[in-house]
Design a protein around this ligand. Structure first.
Ligand code: ATP
Length: 437
């Protein structure tokens, strides 16, 4: 059944696409952008910006950032609908990296309102692992048309890109390279990026990491750079400030669920956690964090229901210093996902309460000098006046234990309560930076 706008006799068609690229090249956003240009050149109307929807960061078949795209076409006749659909399918077939066995494109067309069921499916695709069978069944139920190239796994993401609710959203402007330069070093002026950041932050963010520009990817894909921000105006203004010494073929602004924490599920028991899902969970630090080979920092978080190993991996750089300084007893809220080793990969942490830590000093002598150990189990001796004190020395009739004889002093903690996050270079696309509040 066609969704015809009765007032204007227009056909609203949502188009979703995914799994068109490969690790060796191409990008689903670029294919989407080229197709949109062609549709517009044919006189078809694309309503609003296209959407770049990031899905579960732990999905097993992802190439890189697990992104899918969608856009809305507003067409005048059934004939236009047929022409537009055929054009889209033909272009996906031409532009997708079909020769890569891991590339399995899927395209979905949907005419109608985005229902609660579609939204719920999209959230499950962002937060859990779904099956292709599930996506196909839902498509059939809601009357969405699916087109599978090869195995067609991309329909999972395509349907989610159409259904994803965006109560919170950001924008990303993607500038695309001249194809002649694919694979070559990106020629973007870092100074201009630092200036752009000074001018536009925090309306744009994640432009700079530790003083270095962070807008250029490191893959051979068509993207020259991406600028992320709060509004379309902000990312366009920032783009106009970036200087490059290679041609920009085109650019496109996407509305996106990036940096919204949409992947995180707030739970109240560690035992509920499942592999390949992302959570916000509170607990107590159980073990002293340790640095393991490779520079990763590991600790155990526990609550009444159980415990989970948490990790701040090496790429999270100085964030590890915060984690390393946690201590057993600290109360924290951890944001992150369970990877394939069952470890919670920490993206952000809120330190809610720091437990007091103490050090124990040798007792002070009555002469004022700090005493020295007289040997294991032998108590203390003053190096100045020679006064001795036994570990179990009696004072006022009480036998003192060693820690009672010793002087207890509170150690100043090196961290404070509050929020801490990984640096931009280690941030997941979906992770909400603290600057976004
Ligand atoms: P890029 O970011 O470079 O566009 P990618 O990382 O998005 O690439 P894809 O090539 O799109 O990777 O492959 C991801 C595949 O996993 C797609 O076929 C998509 O439909 C599927 N997929 C995405 N999310 C899930 C999920 N939650 N459960 C199962 N499959 C998923």
């Amino acid at each position: 059944m066609n969704d015809v706008d009765m007032n204007s006799d227009l056909y609203n068609i949502y188009v979703g696409m995914d799994d068109t690229d490969s690790a060796s090249g191409m990008c689903t956003t670029y294919i989407c952008s080229v197709i949109m240009d062609r549709l517009k050149a044919c006189g078809f109307r694309v309503d609003g910006p296209p959407r770049l929807i990031r899905l579960n960061p732990f999905a097993p078949h992802k190439t890189r950032g697990n992104g899918a795209v969608s856009f809305k076409l507003v067409l005048k006749s059934e004939e236009d609908v047929e022409i537009a659909k055929n054009l889209i399918l033909k272009m996906v077939n031409e532009l997708a990296v079909m020769e890569d066995p891991k590339t399995n494109p899927g395209v979905v067309f949907y005419e109608g309102e985005v229902t609660f069921e579609l939204q719920d499916y999209a959230l499950r695709t962002i937060r859990t692992i779904v099956t292709q069978e599930e996506a196909e069944k839902l498509a059939e139920k809601v009357g969405a048309e699916i087109f599978k190239f090869k195995k067609g796994r991309g329909i999972i993401g395509s349907l989610a890109a159409i259904g994803c609710p965006l109560t919170d959203a950001t924008y990303e402007l993607l500038a695309y390279r001249d194809p002649a330069n694919y694979g070559a070093k990106r020629r973007v002026d870092p100074e201009s990026v630092l200036e752009m950041n000074q001018e536009t932050y925090p309306d744009t963010f994640d432009n700079v990491d530790d003083g270095y520009m962070a807008i250029t990817p490191h893959t051979p894909c068509p993207v020259l750079y991406g600028i992320r921000g709060e509004t379309e105006e902000a990312v366009v203004k920032a783009h106009e400030m970036v200087k490059v010494s290679e041609p920009i073929e085109s650019f496109r602004v996407f509305l996106t669920n990036q940096h919204t924490d949409l992947h995180l599920q707030k739970i109240d028991a560690i035992s509920i956690m499942k592999q390949f899902q992302c959570y916000i969970v509170q607990g107590t630090v159980k073990t002293q964090p340790v640095v393991i080979e490779g520079g990763h920092v590991i600790f155990t978080l526990e609550d009444e229901s159980g415990g989970v190993e948490c990790a701040a991996y090496e790429p999270t750089k100085e964030f590890r210093d915060v984690v390393r300084n946690l201590a057993p007893g600290d109360q924290v809220e951890v944001y992150g996902g369970i990877g394939n080793k069952g470890t919670l990969n920490v993206e952000k942490i809120k330190i809610m309460d720091l437990t007091p830590l103490y050090e124990y000093l040798n007792p002070l002598c009555k002469c004022g000098k700090r005493m020295k150990s007289a040997g294991k189990g032998k108590g203390y001796k003053c190096p100045q006046c020679g006064n001795k004190i036994r570990e179990d020395s009696e004072k006022n009739g009480e036998v003192k234990e060693i820690n009672k004889v010793k002087e207890r002093r509170e150690i100043e903690r090196r961290i404070k309560t509050g929020f801490y996050e990984v640096p931009p270079s280690a941030r997941r696309h979906l992770s909400k930076p603290l600057v976004r509040g």
